[in-house]
Structure formats: C-alpha cells, structure tokens
Design a protein around this ligand. Structure first.
Ligand code: SAM
Length: 211
C-alpha cells in the first residue's frame, strides 16, 4: 500500500478533525520535550512559526515564554482547541487554519521555526515544506524539529506507518544542507504526550541555523 492509499493521507483535514474531536488533547497540553529542551535558542520578543501545530500545545507554551508566535494547522477542530488553550493560558498566538502548501509563508520573517511531528508529509510534500521552512527563517534564525526514525515502525507508539515519511540523520542533513546543524541526534525515549505519542519511541531531533 502506498502512503496515498491510506484514508488518513487522502483526507488529512477530515482525519485530523475526527482525531481532535474527542475530549481532551490528543498530544496533551505540555510542550514536546525536544522543543522545550532547545527553546532557549530563541529570546523574548523574537518571532517563531509553529508548523502544523495541532491543538496548540507547542505554540501556546512558546507564547508563554514571551515569544511572538504564528501557528497554522490543516485541522479547524485542532485550531479551535488551540485558540481555547491560548485564552485559558492568557497568551496571544496568531493561529491560521491552512494546509502546508497554501499557507502564506513569509520569506525571511522568523527568528525560529518549530516543526514538531510534521511527518504527515510524503517525500514530495516534505521537499516543498522543508524549502518553505528554510525560506521563512531570517539569517541566523533557528529551526527546531522533532520526528520519528524508521525504527519507530517496530514500536508503533505514534507517527505514520510509512517508512517514506520517517527521518534519518543522513536524510535531514541533506534536506537542510542550506542550514548549519547545531545538533542532530537519533535517540530513544519514553514519550508521554497524551494518548497520541505514548511509550517507547525511536526519535530524531534537529536544531539548525540559517546562515
Ligand atoms: C502528529 S500531529 C502533530 C501536531 C503538533 N505539531 C504537536 O506536536 O502537537 C500532525 C499535525 O499535522 C497536521 N497536518 C496534517 N496534514 C497537514 C497539512 N497538509 N498541512 C498542515 N497541517 C497538516 C494535523 O492536523 C496535525 O495537527
């Protein structure tokens, strides 16, 4: 079966709207640990874009740290919950409902991009999305990215069931050749990010800076 044969990939907005329609937050309300561990690369008042931010756990947490945050996601149900989370936590985030390809990316506008578990993208979409991510960073701006490696297919504790969507160090190094790699690491950890990412996980984290 190819990635596009799967209903989850044929109708991403419908699929994610159904997943986010349940009570609670599928990935919790705490930030992703790789992001939280590396967010010190950004200073108060700097501008950060959260790609495919889902129910808002990462964008809201970054806004609480004093960053100016834009965020988008294809799921209007997810963005509605993200807006609610921002209100509850007393912060402003500029949310947009949009898919990756039609989002109004602002070239050279951001001090940072957070791309946390954006592995909905097949190789063609990933190439377009990564180019937009690089292009929207200012010189000196920093990308913080988290994903799963192919070993995650053995754990099945989160992420897409397609090896072509998963990342290796070599692949990320090549994909972000225009950036200087600050840290790139494959590792394993127990995730407890809601019910969506839960249990032993084969992860990869990247921090990389635009020249
Ligand atoms: C695994 S979730 C991660 C959400 C969030 N980044 C987090 O870490 O909590 C993947 C997200 O990608 C969004 N998504 C899927 N396809 C998309 C697309 N083509 N454009 C934008 N967002 C998309 C989904 O709605 C979902 O919120």
């Amino acid at each position: 079966m190819s990635a596009s044969d799967s209903p989850a990939f044929a109708d991403p907005a419908g699929t994610w709207n159904r997943r986010f329609a349940a009570d609670g937050y599928l990935f919790g309300t705490a930030p992703n640990a790789w992001l939280a561990g590396h967010a010190a690369v950004w200073q108060t008042g700097q501008r950060v874009l959260c790609v495919a931010d889902g129910e808002g756990r990462n964008s809201v947490w970054l806004a609480r740290r004093g960053l100016r945050v834009d965020a988008f996601d294809i799921s209007d149900v997810g963005v509605t919950k993200a807006r609610r989370l921002a209100v509850e936590q007393g912060v402003a985030v500029n949310f947009t409902v949009s898919d990756c390809d039609t989002y109004a990316w602002s070239p050279g506008a951001y001090d940072g991009v957070a791309a946390i578990f954006v592995q909905f993208a097949d190789p063609a979409l990933r190439t377009r999305m990564f180019a937009k991510i690089v292009g929207c960073l200012k010189p000196g701006g920093t990308l913080v990215l988290q994903g799963y490696t192919p070993k995650q297919l053995e754990y099945r504790t989160g992420g897409p069931p397609h090896v072509s969507h998963l990342y290796t160090e070599a692949m990320l190094r090549e994909a972000f050749a225009e950036l200087d790699v600050v840290e790139l690491r494959e590792y394993e950890a127990e995730l407890a990010e809601g019910s969506g990412h839960c249990g032993r996980s084969a992860l990869i984290g990247l921090v990389a800076r635009r020249r």
